[in-house]
Design a protein around this ligand. Structure first.
Ligand code: TXA
Ligand code: MG
Length: 326
């Protein structure tokens, strides 16, 4: 049974209300909850009606499969087949944590797989969430935004998109990482990164040293089915610039950049300036800033992006989508 009709209000609970959260999920209800990356909109993966309600609430295209969140590697690996030894190494190194691995599926959950024969699994970091999963079973959970909006990284973001539409929200404060997990295709002889994220390519290469995939050389780069769809696009126009010198800063504008890239610049009145000192901070705050630009009714977001290495690869991937350059 699922709870597909809009609810009059969304109940807000705390991360230690594990039994209540699990109860809503086992009753077929949807729960928005914090992971270490972004807020997810969770349903029991085995419940076709509840998972259908997730697609409905988000306005998500039917051909975009969901990630199944598991309590531990054993549970995750029980749902998939043809697991290479090197994928076991990745699980040991990065789980629990922000890595999603795609394998051939051992289960038939077409409502989760959305037309694919593979299944994406991950073990999230927060302890409360793994307790919920131990009680309620594996959870299918996309990011808890309306499809096409930036992923939510605070409870307020979730309420802005889905308040009154979903029965329950778990308030765990802002998310640690702020960008979605790294998605890696593990169906070939070496991993292929389908979506860059907090686990970087050099993290993967270091973990694979000495394995068959490590011998094979570099990990490849591919694309997730979801990357075909419009993503992460605020209403404000996002523009990437190398430097602010000479940039047109008038109008209703937000400027995002490293602290050192904005020093000594005389910003006209009304320009909103947000800066970071580390790329991790840029990742953590990016979606909140893009949402803030829209809340303030700004026309443009001008970004001096971080170098495209380490976590900067994931930040640039999201920025390019926000700027609709690809
Ligand atoms: O950090 C995250 O991954 C967050 C939190 C909530 O866990 N979840 C998330 O889910 O970002 P979503 O649905 O917004 O993005 C999932 C991505 C999409 O790009 C989707 O296409 C890809 O994972 N994906 C899911 N299943 C897949 C599969 N079987 N093969 C390839 N890509 C898959
Ligand atoms: Mg998403």
């Amino acid at each position: 049974m699922s709870d597909q009709s809009p609810v009059s209000s969304t109940q807000v609970v705390a991360t230690d209300d594990v039994a209540e959260i699990a109860g809503t999920l086992t009753g077929g209800g949807l729960v928005a909850l914090p992971t270490e990356t972004v807020y997810g909109l969770a349903a029991r993966a085995e419940d076709p009606d509840a998972v259908a309600a997730v697609f409905e609430a988000k306005g998500r295209p039917q051909d975009n499969p969901l990630i199944v969140h598991c309590s531990d590697a054993e549970q995750a690996f029980s749902l998939v087949t043809d697991i290479p030894d090197w994928a076991g190494r990745l699980a040991e190194t990065f789980w629990p944590g922000p890595l999603t691995m795609v394998f051939h599926s051992a289960v038939e959950w077409p409502w989760v797989q959305a037309g694919h024969t593979t299944l994406a699994v991950r073990v999230p970091e927060p302890e409360y969430l793994r307790s919920v999963i131990r009680q309620a079973g594996p959870l299918a959970a996309p990011s808890a935004n309306r499809s096409g909006a930036p992923s939510p990284t605070t409870p307020a973001h979730v309420l802005a998109d889905l308040g009154g539409v979903i029965p329950m929200l778990v308030d765990g404060g802002p998310c640690d990482r702020g960008l979605e997990s790294t998605v890696v295709d593990c169906t070939g002889i070496a991993p292929i990164v389908l979506r860059p994220g907090p686990v970087t390519t050099s993290d993967l290469v270091a973990a694979l040293a000495g394995t068959a995939a490590g011998e094979h050389g570099r990990t490849g780069v591919g694309v997730s089915p979801g990357t075909r769809h419009q993503h992460y696009r605020p209403r404000a126009r996002v523009m990437l610039v190398e430097t602010l010198e000479g940039a047109e800063l008038s109008g209703r504008t937000m400027v995002l950049g490293p602290a050192w890239g904005t020093e000594g610049i005389a910003f006209p009145d009304g320009v909103e300036v947000r800066t970071w000192t580390t790329v991790e901070e840029a990742a953590r705050m990016l979606y909140a800033w893009l949402r803030e630009a829209d809340d303030l009714g700004l026309d443009r977001v001008i970004v001096v992006p971080p170098p495209e290495k380490g976590m900067g690869v994931a930040v640039m991937n999201r920025l390019r989508k926000a700027a609709a350059e690809d």
